[in-house]
Design a protein around this ligand. Structure first.
Ligand code: ADP
Length: 495
């Protein structure tokens, strides 16, 4: 009997996790969320006690070897919308389900439509519904950002035993939906009011209020979202849940962002070869040969990213002591301004108004300095990619930037970049000029190497997520039988 108990204790049941996000590379991505949705489940799948699958919308742009799995109806407003579930066949990858509905997702772009609230409420409902049909009943549903934020509330009503985790990648963006879209769930008046009723209901409020645990993508941002300055009007709610919020730093896919795979491969021991990548980048983007450093930014053109500060800094410096490369899309005013500047600074500045991941990697590999003067930055991946390629970041001290970039003023030995505090052009330029001055000194190589040596892998952070999952599910559960599902067709992983 004792032996049996011991065996049962050591046998931890494989935890089943459904990772839900509105985007995921390489299928469809617009920013950091898509990178994390790709690389975090990949990292978690290496834990032999975790069985993880993803689900995302089937956008028009998704390419892949997709297979029909099942279909069902989802109540929306006064009627129903159909849902076709497809899944990715490739066995080695984390199995990925796609929620198909042409009305909502067969469009040119991922976001930016008048009915985004309705589209992603449908997504939330379809995810909760599909659990009864796919033969994979998760212990944990891991939701990401506002597009998934109604799932914790809906899952509580449909699948009581399933725990939910809600990760905030950015608190500022949210969606809204009239309460009558949720009438079939009979949500109490008190809960409706908490979500914003009688006005439209706020997705993020649902995620914050009803998830079993909340995480965000850096410790710095986890603290910041409790304050009125960074709380996006939700700091009352974040404070109510503050004992259930963890900050877990994003990692990166270190195989994908690897200087050994640059056009001219290099590593810490052959760091001089980075210069050859810079020469190729200059050629590709029509920049003059020069002793000046190449400063770059790979970013959404959004106020959050400090784009106004960049524009004013370029005007103030007239690009006298650096060259500038910008890859980014977004706000049309910013796009037009940068286009004008690039034609004014021919040979000294390049602006590429495209979303182009392979060019992004060449820019990370070929530039000397990457700038991120963000107003706020929950995690930030660009600074990590830059450091992987020995590009030294100049960042504002906020969120995940503060957690990853070390200024020599704070720790000379381990410094890997330059930081500034106040969100002003002059504070940014001071930091940038410190970087440009250091670029000309022998110390520069140490800064590059410290950045390259920083552990940016998912190893530690994925282990933190796994520990939270186990906590939520209640550790050391004995092996249980699957709950029956309506569709007994086997899942991709089991084939
Ligand atoms: P956010 O998620 O707020 O946009 P992050 O720094 O966390 O910011 O992640 C941005 C991600 O998007 C990085 O992988 C960056 O390389 C990528 N990215 C941003 N703009 C572009 C672009 N125009 N082309 C290619 N990749 C881009």
């Amino acid at each position: 009997m004792r032996f049996f108990k011991e065996v049962m204790n050591t046998m931890v049941r494989k935890l089943k996790v459904l990772f839900v996000s509105s985007e995921c590379g390489p299928y469809a991505r617009t920013g950091g969320l898509g990178d994390v949705a790709s690389s975090l489940p990949d990292a978690l799948s290496k834990d032999e006690n975790i069985s993880i699958r993803r689900v995302m919308p089937l956008y028009r742009s998704v390419k892949g070897n997709l297979k029909y799995k099942t279909d069902f109806s989802v109540p929306m407003g006064d009627g129903y919308q159909n849902c076709i579930i497809k899944c990715e066949r490739q066995i080695k990858k984390v199995p990925t389900y796609f929620i198909g509905n042409d009305w909502y997702f067969n469009r040119n772009d991922l976001y930016g439509y008048f009915d985004d609230g309705e589209r992603f409420l449908y997504f939330c409902k379809a995810v909760v519904e599909m659990i009864s049909f796919i033969g994979f009943r998760p212990d944990i549903i891991h939701c990401n950002d506002w597009h998934t934020a109604f799932i914790p509330l809906l899952a509580k009503m449909r699948h009581k035993s399933i725990k939910t985790m809600y990760t905030i990648h950015n608190l500022v963006y949210t969606g809204f939906i009239p309460a009558n879209y949720l009438s079939e769930y009979e949500i109490s008046k008190e809960n409706l009011e908490m979500l914003g009723f009688p006005d439209n209901l706020n997705f993020i409020k649902a995620g914050l209020a009803f998830s079993d645990h909340i995480t965000t993508v850096s410790k710095g941002y986890a603290a910041e979202i409790l304050t009125p300055q960074y709380g996006a009007g939700l700091d009352n709610l974040t404070n109510m849940r503050k004992n259930s919020i963890s900050g877990i730093l994003n990692g990166i896919d270190t195989d994908m962002y690897n200087p050994e795979s640059a056009i001219v491969p290099f590593n810490m021991d052959s760091i001089d070869k980075k210069a050859e990548n810079k020469a190729l980048l200059r050629k590709e983007l029509n920049l003059m040969d020069s002793d000046l450093p190449v400063v770059s930014a790979v970013t959404r053109l959004d106020e959050q990213k400090g784009i106004g500060i960049i524009i004013n800094a370029l005007r103030k410096t007239d690009l006298e002591n650096f060259q500038f490369v910008l890859l980014g899309t977004g706000n049309m005013y910013y796009e037009n301004t940068f286009s004008e500047m690039a034609s004014m600074y021919l040979g000294r500045m390049a602006f590429i108004p495209k979303f182009n991941p392979t060019l992004a990697s060449r820019i990370y590999a070929g530039s000397d300095i990457l700038i991120m003067p963000s107003k706020f930055e929950p995690g930030g991946l660009s600074q990590l990619y830059a450091m992987a390629y020995g590009t030294v970041p100049v960042v504002r001290n906020t969120g995940g930037l503060k957690d990853t970039v070390i200024d020599e003023k704070d720790d000379f030995e381990n410094a890997n970049g330059f930081c500034f505090d106040s969100y002003t052009v002059s504070a940014f330029l001071k930091a940038l000029n410190r970087a440009i001055a250091a670029y000309k000194t022998p110390r520069w190589q140490k800064l590059m190497k410290n950045g390259m040596a920083l552990d940016k892998s998912w190893k530690n952070s994925a282990a933190e997520y796994a520990a939270l999952y186990r906590n939520l599910a209640g550790q050391r559960k004995p092996i249980q039988q699957e709950e029956p599902c309506h569709n007994q067709e086997s899942c991709p992983e089991q084939k």
